[in-house]
Ligand binder design. Structure first.
Ligand code: SAM
Length: 291
């Protein structure tokens, strides 16, 4: 199949059930000169199942920098290449994206071969509003970045789809239980596989479920959209995004005096004290100058 320049086929493969491969994907995988695979062993199994004998080359996050120039050279030399990921659609939360971008930069033809992707499969299985939705990729592993990320999700007005690893699922569900206990969610596990499971409910119920059964397999979290007027914050702050006056009143209720409460809120949010004063000016108990 040598021609002037080759094509890069973005070839979706099943996320579990092998019957989900498309006829077009099978033809492309059979006809290309080379398949760049995230996991060559896994792709080899897929190819063997369908009696396909195309050559494989590894292309994953640990060799992408060296592999991309090599693959681009081959495309320029007229070879057709299919990029496939571990499972699903290459380019969605996997190394496929960088190769696709590199090919586009070199003005090489890129041809999508659509098929399964965990994000859309989970979205429709969850049953929430699909008119508008957000895909947030993988939830950050831990710490401040995770907390900040989930705080944004808490305020999101669109249905939100997130990937999560089984090792971190319970931690994420605990965080959701703390910061958005009334948010309906769905946990989609092992989609299209033998142990496929879609559990819907509030974070605490989902936490209880997966504490009892222990999370195994692959997971997608889908969070329902926040209703207009709910979850909205007057002040955007990643760690504490309640309205400023609420944060000040909360500290007063805890026994702090007014000056200290205002100072604490300003410091915590990294904003000038006068901004906090301005936000609480109409609350008689905390007029500037009073203590
Ligand atoms: N490109 C892939 C796609 O289109 O779905 C996603 C690649 S990403 C590296 C892998 C993540 O997708 C997993 O950690 C999991 O969150 C999700 N995933 C993949 N297959 C899944 C399945 N069968 N059931 C549930 N989640 C799945």
């Amino acid at each position: 199949m040598t021609q002037e320049i080759g094509k890069l086929f973005i070839c979706a493969t099943p996320i579990g059930n092998l019957e989900d491969i498309t006829l077009r994907a099978l033809r492309v995988l059979r006809e290309v000169d080379l398949i760049a695979a995230e996991d060559t062993r896994r792709t080899r199994q897929l190819l063997t199942h369908f009696d396909i004998h195309t050559a494989l080359i590894s292309y994953h996050q640990h060799n992408e920098l060296s592999r991309i120039p090599e693959l681009i050279q081959r495309l320029k030399a007229g070879h057709d290449i299919a990029v496939v990921s571990d499972a699903g659609t290459p380019g969605i939360s996997d190394p496929g994206q960088k190769l696709i971008q590199a090919a586009i930069e070199e003005n090489l033809p890129v041809v999508p071969i659509p098929g399964p992707s965990a994000v859309v499969t989970a979205l429709v299985a969850a049953g929430f509003d699909t008119d508008v939705f957000v895909f947030g990729g993988f939830i950050p592993r831990s710490g401040r970045r995770k907390r900040e990320f989930m705080d944004k999700v808490r305020r999101e007005h669109r249905t939100t789809v997130l990937y999560e690893s089984p090792h971190r699922l319970l931690n994420s569900l605990k965080l959701c239980t703390d910061i958005m206990p009334e948010r309906p969610m769905a946990i989609c596990r092992e989609l299209t596989k033998v142990h496929e499971e879609v559990v819907r409910g509030y974070p605490k119920a989902l936490l209880d479920h997966f504490q009892a059964t222990s999370p195994r397999g692959e997971f997608v979290l889908v969070l329902s959209a926040v209703e207009e007027g709910q979850g909205e914050m007057d002040v955007v702050n990643e760690c504490d995004d309640r309205p400023i006056d609420e944060a000040v009143l909360d500290l007063l209720a805890q026994g702090y005096n007014k000056k200290t409460a205002i100072k604490m809120v300003a410091e915590e949010r990294g904003i000038p004290k006068r901004e906090v004063y301005a936000a609480v000016i109409n609350i008689p108990a905390v007029r500037p100058g009073e203590s």
